[in-house]
Structures are given as C-alpha cells and as structure tokens.
Design a protein around this ligand. Structure first.
Ligand SMILES: NC(=O)c1ccc[n+]([C@@H]2O[C@H](COP(=O)([O-])OP(=O)(O)OC[C@H]3O[C@@H](n4cnc5c(N)ncnc54)[C@H](O)[C@@H]3O)[C@@H](O)[C@H]2O)c1
Ligand SMILES: O=C(O)[C@H](O)COP(=O)(O)O
Length: 395
C-alpha cells in the first residue's frame, strides 16, 4: 500500500510497543512527526496549546484523565476522544496503598535517616536502635479511609483497604451502576466531601479534573481530623495547594502524599511527592496501549465507538461493505436529512444506528452500493453535520 493510503497515527508520548504493534504496517504509518495525521495517540502531553491539524479524525488517550486534551473543541469538530477506563486502575491502587504505608510508617524520613548514617561508623546497630523511635508510626488496620470518587480507581482502593482491615467511607454523587455493584458492602456512603473529611484518618481523591472538582479539597481541610493524611493521585488542581500547606503547618494534616510535585511541595518534610508514577507500571502501560489502539482502529476502520469521553457508545455489525460515519449536532431532523440526501443519490440504506450524547449525536449508515464524493460533500453541507467519513470495507 502506498504511503498516502496508509492511515497516519501521530504518537506524542511513550506508548507501549505491545499496543503500537497492533497497528499493522500495511495499513498504518506510525511516528512522532507525521504530517496530516489521521489520529493522535497521547498520554499526558498537553494538547491545549497545540495546533491539532484538521486531518485528525480521532484522539486516543492511553490512560484515564483527558484534561490535557481540548475535548469540547474536538467535539465541535466531530472528533472523538478515547480513553482507557480501568486500564491503569490497579497500578494506581497499588501506589495509593504504598502512599498510605509510606505516610503511616514514616518511611521516607526513615530511609533518609538510614542514608545519613556513615557506613564506616563503628556502631551502626546502636545508631539504628537509638534512631528508630523517631519514626514509630501507626497501622492502617482499624483506621478510617475516606475515598472521594468511586470510579475504576476508587473502587479498587476501597476493596483493598477493606481487606487490610480499614473502615471505608466513600463519596461519589455520580457513581455508575457498575461501580456500585463492584463496591464492597462494608463501604459506608458519605453524602458530601465534608462528611468524608470529617470521619477519616486518611483521605484519597480519585476524581477527574473538571471545573466541578477544581479545588475540591481546599478550605474544607479544616474539617479534617487532626493529624490526618491526604492523598492526591487524581490531579494537581483537585486540591488547593495553599490550603494544604497551611494545614501541614498547623499539623491538621500530618502528611500530604501526591503524584504531582511542585516548587512549594518539593523537599517539604511532611510531603511525599512522586513524579506522576500512578500509571507507570509495565502492566498498566500495556493494558492502556492495547485498549486505546484497538478502540482507535475500530473507529478509524469501522466507525465503532467504545470508550470515547465525548461520543456515545456505538457499534453495528458490518453487513455491507459501504459504511458512512457521521457526527452531527443533536438537533431534530438530522436523520431525515441524512437519509433524504442518500436517497437523492440513489443509495439504499441497508442498516443504520444513531445515538446521542449531550449536544452531539453519531450515526452509522451502511448502504448497498459504493458512495461517491458528491454524496459525502452533500452530507457535509447539511447544517449541524460535524464530520463525515466513508469507510468502505475491503474483505
Ligand atoms: N496518578 C496517575 O497516574 C493517575 C492514573 C489514573 C487516573 N488518574 C486520575 O484519576 C482520575 C480518576 O481515575 P479513574 O480511572 O478512577 O476514573 P473514573 O472515571 O473511573 O472515576 C472517576 C469517578 O469520579 C467521580 N466523580 C466525578 N466528580 C466527582 C465529585 N465532584 N465528587 C466525587 N466523585 C466525583 C465519577 O462519578 C467517577 O465515578 C482520572 O480522571 C485521572 O485524573 C491519575
Ligand atoms: O490519567 C491517567 O491515566 C494518569 O494520570 C496517567 O498518566 P500517564 O499516562 O501520563 O502516566
């Protein structure tokens, strides 16, 4: 296949080879620097300041958070943004457990102490035994963990904490039915963030960064128990850093454990800051890469939509070789105009599916004969149509 016929996938972060190799060389060009890409694969690279070429038909985020992607702009262009729900949740869960243990047992300070001992000193055993009392901690079992956000990560953390003997309070005003099913029965429901803060020794945040969650924990830190531990593996902006620093100074917070270092946090003795490591395990990187590449391919080749954050879930078995995929505004008479346009060009609709999500809708139409450029141009000219793709299937 000539290079022009191959689909171009621009890769802006390190994506596991296990995923990339699912883009076959005879159908795809994959690289860090491709002109006019058809799709973009990304992890945390910030696309907000970047010019996203009009050739882009889909964006795949190998991970959970999509706050680095201008999702509303992509929706207006009729471009889906895919992510990989749950693909890295276990990796985050394990790091949250490590974070709780690091804080509860004063491990960073204890490690620094051991590092500070001169290896040539005469009586290291004695220095160790004398020094250890400064790092005595507490056990997780019997203490209370509050979880804000009971999605893929929050549910796994709840389950693990229960198994470690912790009491768990959870809050999520938009919990999905699936997540509610997955949640251990012992998790107590909190009706507000404040209720979680008041009742917990450890509080961990697992919400996306959106306008409603910006600064979710801020002044309300004064509701937390004295000496509590706050963990933030969600996003930097979910907590108000100034409020955290104040609470650390007053010892309301014993420790702040986070995945987002910053100038005011680094080297603070009560802060344990990791370099955004939550999803950085081989397993999570592979899971996310495989998921996102499969979703991207299914969209690019067949128009199917799975796990897009701005498009409805849409799937339709191929019964015809001639498929048209249309993203459009969710307003009356779009389907009427689409089918009238096709009929005008003598196309017989074999099968069709249309689903909406918020202000947009997505339509797959299989027809019985080949679709020419004039049809596609006429569809594009319909007021409210955001994008039109022709997806012939060569068996
Ligand atoms: N540190 C890392 O490497 C890492 C890795 C994965 C995810 N994350 C972050 O964690 C977030 C959560 O990941 P996930 O996989 O669990 O996502 P998810 O979509 O499965 O879960 C998010 C949950 O937050 C809930 N929520 C939304 N607004 C809320 C609010 N105001 N109060 C309480 N709950 C609210 C949602 O209803 C949903 O159940 C991601 O969006 C991402 O920002 C970070
Ligand atoms: O939202 C996510 O999935 C995490 O923050 C992971 O980000 P990363 O893929 O850049 O490690």
């Amino acid at each position: 296949m000539g290079d022009r016929q191959r689909l171009r996938v621009l890769v802006l972060n390190q994506i596991s080879a296990l995923g990339l190799k699912r883009l076959p060389g005879d159908g795809y060009s994959v690289g860090k620097d491709l002109p006019e890409p058809d799709a973009v694969l990304v992890r945390s690279a910030d696309l907000h300041g970047m010019e996203i070429p009009p050739s882009v038909k889909a964006i795949g985020r190998a991970g959970a958070g999509t706050n680095n992607i201008p999702v509303p702009l992509m929706t207006r262009r009729g471009v889906p943004v895919f992510n990989t729900p749950g693909g890295n949740a276990n990796a985050v869960k394990e790091l949250v457990l490590a974070g709780m243990l690091m804080a509860a047992r004063n491990l960073p300070a204890a490690l620094r102490f051991v590092d500070s001992l001169d290896p040539t000193m005469a009586d290291m055993d004695r220095a160790v035994e004398d020094g250890k009392k400064a790092f005595a901690g507490l056990e997780l079992a019997g203490h209370t963990l509050g979880i804000v956000g009971l999605g893929k990560v929050g549910c796994l953390v709840a389950d693990a904490a229960i198994k470690l003997g912790m009491h768990v309070f959870g809050h999520d005003p938009e919990i999905t039915v699936d997540a509610a099913w997955n949640l251990p029965a012992q998790v107590k429901k909190a009706t507000s963030v404040t209720e979680v803060l008041r009742h917990s020794d450890f509080v961990t945040l697992h919400v996306p960064l959106v306008e409603a969650t910006r600064g979710l924990v801020g002044k309300n830190i004064d509701q937390m128990r004295m000496g509590a531990v706050l963990l933030n593996f969600a996003r930097e902006g979910v907590v108000d850093e100034a409020a955290v620093l104040e609470a650390l100074a007053s010892r309301r917070l014993a420790s702040y454990v986070c995945d987002f270092p910053g100038p005011a946090l680094n080297r603070h003795e009560q802060v344990i800051a990791l370099p955004h490591l939550g999803a950085s395990t081989r397993e999570a990187e592979e899971n996310c890469a495989v998921m996102v590449v499969d979703q991207l391919r299914d969209y690019l080749e067949h128009g199917q939509v799975a796990n897009a954050v701005n498009f409805p879930q849409v799937s339709m078995a191929r019964e015809s070789a001639y498929r048209v995929a249309i993203a459009n505004a969710n307003v009356p008479n779009m389907l009427g105009q689409i089918s009238t346009t096709m009929a005008k060009f003598g196309l017989n609709i074999h099968n069709m599916v249309n689903k909406s999500r918020g202000e947009m809708a997505y339509t797959l139409v299989d027809v019985d004969s080949a679709v020419g450029d004039a049809v596609l141009d006429s569809l594009r000219a319909i007021d409210g149509v955001l994008s039109v793709r022709y997806l012939p299937h060569h068996a």
